[in-house]
Design a binder for this molecule. Sequence first.
Ligand SMILES: [Zn+2]
Ligand SMILES: [Zn+2]
Length: 77
Amino acid sequence: MKANCCIYVSDSQRYSSGLAYPCNRCGKIYKWRESLSLHKRMECGIEPRFACNICGRKFKHKHHLMKHHKSIHKYNQ
Ligand SMILES: [Zn+2]
Ligand SMILES: [Zn+2]
């Protein structure tokens, strides 16, 4: 006797079977539901607010800008 209807499908199984989590706004695909909801909250539709004062590149998150400073301009505060 099998109860196929109640089998729990894990996120990784969903992903390997093509059932990932696409963002309904920008179409970006995420493997994890958590990543998608984080993306929706923190990234999607949000204009980059942090501009590099050296090259003018813009970033959505301050830590991205800091990382950019360090890796591209060898700049440490
Ligand atoms: Zn999105
Ligand atoms: Zn820069």
